[in-house]
Write a protein that binds this ligand. Structure first.
Ligand code: SAM
Ligand code: SF4
Length: 453
């Protein structure tokens, strides 16, 4: 039997798709790149914004046509969207055979055996499930916890992924060791809020730890000792990003000094309406501490433009915060109303043209700041994890630095870790050479002229 898996959304979904593929492979499935050649098509979905939901809908439309041509084709709608009323309606409309929520993915084999199957449970065995290492990969994900206890008013994740559940540390370490044995040189620890790993129910800075679990800071040190040269983690919530975590990063050479610390807004009024549980002052104190203990760390963030009720003044405060922190990179989103969230139920949306205009100003600022930050790396030696040929072709390979900059290196370097020298910088790329005497030549400029911003 041949399967094809389509993955939308975040790294946790990629990890879950890898788990699904591992289960299917053990049950005898092989995998094909073209869904027209598959007997089983699984769509692992994201529901965090309207855009990925629209993409799923388009794909399900195509799969319905394919099903009409081939009656034996089985289609599954999995993941976050499947868990929601919106997804269930879509599943019915497009006549999908299997629907599994993100907490029920371990049921995939019985589901395909039965042909018609639905489960939206958060199954406890997922807490103890470890997929085998991906074959031939230099980089891998490792989910350390699932779900989210926060209730950010814009966010659908607590509804799709349920409350926080941490995996046992011994399982995480065993999985990290298996990844190292398989040749993985970079592991990214995943969770919606990894900083609250091993904590009891609730939220906030003073949460108790669960007995038998290390704190996230301790877990970082433990994973750092496994021997994988690069350890990363996403996502951090500012409320739980305490000094012990910063100290663990400073003390553990394997842990990359790259911190993704979503702020969402630079206005206290908006942060309160978002129920983010911190103030701008609290956030800036976390950044100050990072800069003190990890002066060479890169910091990125998530920002939502046009949250309901956001005024011009609020937005100016976000721009001011951006200038103050001087982020290396940012993931910026237009607010997208999600059915059933408190923001959708209680707040009126900002007109789209205002949201688009604000996003545009934010993107312009981020490019200006990133260019300034990236130029500071020119002439310095950096470590790049090369993944393969660069997207734009030529005699170039592509990878990323420990600080998570996209790096383009001139020459044929094999996948793996290399030391190179930064020759030129753009807002979203570092152009590197393998020895200091080499010049990057015209490729960087040509690429800058032809690439999309
Ligand atoms: N757990 C992480 C956190 O607390 O920052 C991130 C989870 S969420 C999947 C990733 C990002 O999507 C968020 O940081 C937020 O910026 C963005 N996001 C979530 N809901 C959104 C919405 N309704 N509209 C626009 N962006 C949204
Ligand atoms: Fe969503 Fe907030 Fe939880 Fe992040 S912390 S997943 S933004 S509810």
């Amino acid at each position: 039997m041949r399967a094809h898996v389509v993955t939308f959304g975040c790294q946790m979904n990629e990890y879950d798709s890898h788990a699904l593929q591992s289960e299917l492979a053990a049950a005898g499935y092989s995998f094909v790149d073209d869904y027209r050649e598959a007997d089983l098509v699984l769509v692992n979905t994201c529901a965090v914004r309207g855009k990925p939901v629209e993409k799923v809908q388009t794909l399900l439309g195509e799969l319905r046509k394919e099903k009409r041509r081939r009656r034996d084709l089985t289609v599954g709608l999995l993941g976050c969207l499947a868990q929601l009323p919106e997804g269930r309606r879509m599943g019915e409309k497009f006549a999908v055979d299997i629907m599994l929520g993100p907490g029920a993915i371990t049921e995939i084999v019985p589901a395909v055996e039965r042909g018609k199957y639905r489960s939206f449970e958060f199954r406890s065995e997922l807490q103890f499930y470890s997929p085998p290492p991906p074959s031939g990969a230099v980089s891998a994900h490792l989910t350390i916890m699932r779900g989210c206890n926060h209730r950010c008013t814009y966010c659908i994740v607590p509804a799709t992924r349920g409350p926080e559940v941490s995996r046992p540390a011994a399982d995480i370490i065993a999985e990290a060791r298996a990844l190292e044995d398989a040749g993985v040189v970079e592991v990214t620890l995943l969770g919606q809020n990894v900083n609250s790993y091993g904590m009891a129910e609730g939220t906030g800075a003073r949460r108790r730890g669960l007995s038998g679990y290390p704190s996230f800071a301790e877990l970082l040190r433990m994973v750092g000792r496994v021997g994988i040269p690069r350890v990363r983690f996403v996502t951090s919530h500012p409320v739980n990003f305490d000094d012990r975590i910063i100290e663990a990063i400073a003390d553990t050479p394997a842990v990359c000094r790259y911190i993704h610390l979503p702020v969402q807004s630079g206005s206290n009024r908006v942060l309160k309406r978002m129920a983010r549980e911190y103030t701008v002052e609290f956030y800036l104190d976390r950044v100050r501490r990072i800069r003190e203990l990890l002066p060479d760390a890169t910091i990125s963030t998530d920002i939502i433009a046009g949250f309901p009720g956001e005024t011009d003044e609020d937005f100016e405060e976000t721009l001011a915060l951006y200038r103050e922190v001087r982020y290396d990179a940012a993931y910026m989103f237009i607010y997208s109303e999600r059915e059933g969230t408190p923001a959708a139920l209680h707040f009126g949306d900002v007109p789209r043209e205002i949201k688009v205009e604000r996003l545009g100003r934010l993107v312009d600022l981020s490019k200006e700041v990133s260019l300034e930050r990236n130029r500071a790396w020119v002439g310095r030696e950096v470590e790049v994890l090369v993944r393969g040929p660069a997207d734009e072709g030529g005699l170039l390979v592509q990878g990323h630095t420990r600080g998570n900059h996209v790096a383009i290196v001139r020459g044929y370097l094999s996948p793996g870790i290399h030391r190179v020298v930064v020759a030129e910088a753009t807002p979203n790329r570092l152009y590197c050479k393998t020895d200091a005497s080499q010049s990057f030549g015209s490729d960087a400029r040509l690429y800058q002229l032809t690439s999309k911003p």
